[in-house]
Design a protein around this ligand. Structure first.
Ligand code: ADP
Ligand code: ADP
Length: 233
């Protein structure tokens, strides 16, 4: 059950001057329920690849299939809609809307999808229970610790019941205790709710807890701990 299939994807910057192959002929399959870390030195193409997979950016060549649909072929309007329904995003700087409460930040995504109040209420309650923040629903981001803000950001990413969650350096701005708590929560969501996570990181303690690790260097996949099982399919 393949959820992400990046097929021969490339992204080149500075085509007119000195080209930078930020992502260079990458193939990547992610199955439903996987918990994968994308690692590599700074500048190796992790953010660019996550943006291509999430449809935030278009590749110069290659295709990105999400559940067998090539999202590189979608019009911008269709892509916006597709992203909202199918992909949850978590960023290193949390990106919560400061004037909204934690609950409103999560509910906002459901309002965009015209989910009815009864279902919104039930889902908000469930999500805040899952992230261990029932008692912080009505706090604004500034009243929360970094770790709590990022947990709320994960709840927001899950609001639309997406196919998978993409997280770009989700622990980069957290102290080690908050980072470890966030990982515990992501692992629990993966184990109990079968949420598929693909996250970039260069924190070794985070890498150690991933089930699968894909390494990028200079825009290319140079190692994949799942390579053996894939080649036997
Ligand atoms: P990582 O997330 O692994 O640090 P990035 O995807 O941010 O890597 O960057 C990959 C390469 O692409 C780097 O050489 C970076 O300088 C270059 N790059 C990223 N974004 C742009 C951009 N908007 N314009 C030009 N070059 C870029
Ligand atoms: P977490 O493990 O979720 O990151 P911390 O251990 O950082 O939480 O924070 C512990 C407690 O301190 C939290 O309950 C939180 O309410 C409070 N706290 C931490 N940072 C801040 C902050 N910047 N503003 C307000 N409260 C904070």
């Amino acid at each position: 059950n393949t959820v992400i299939d990046a097929h021969d994807v490339s992204k080149v910057y500075n085509k007119e001057t000195i080209p930078v192959y930020a992502v260079n002929n990458v193939h990547m399959h992610i199955e439903r329920g996987e918990f994968t870390a994308l690692v590599g030195p700074s500048g190796s193409g992790k953010t660019t690849l996550l943006n291509l997979i999430g449809g935030l950016d278009k590749p110069d060549s290659g295709s990105v299939f999400i559940n067998s649909l090539d999202i590189t072929k979608l019009s911008s309007n269709k892509l916006i809609d597709f992203r909202l329904k199918n992909i949850g995003f978590v960023f290193q700087s949390f990106n919560l809307i400061p004037v909204l409460t934690a609950r409103e930040n999560v509910e906002f995504i459901m309002l965009l999808q015209r989910i009815k109040k009864k279902e919104r209420d039930a889902r908000v309650k469930q999500l805040f229970k899952q992230i261990g923040m029932d008692d912080k629903m009505n706090a604004r981001p500034a009243q929360l610790s970094g770790g709590q803000q990022q947990r709320a950001a994960v709840a927001r990413a899950l609001a639309s019941k997406p196919q998978f969650v993409l997280a770009d350096e989700p622990t980069a701005n957290l102290d080690s205790k908050a980072a470890s708590n966030l990982l515990d929560m992501m692992i629990a969501l993966n184990n109990e709710e079968h949420i598929t996570f693909l996250f970039s990181t260069h924190d070794q303690r985070v890498i150690d807890r991933a089930r699968r690790v894909i390494t990028l260097v200079d825009g290319r996949v140079v190692a994949d701990t799942a390579a053996v099982s894939i080649s036997h399919k």
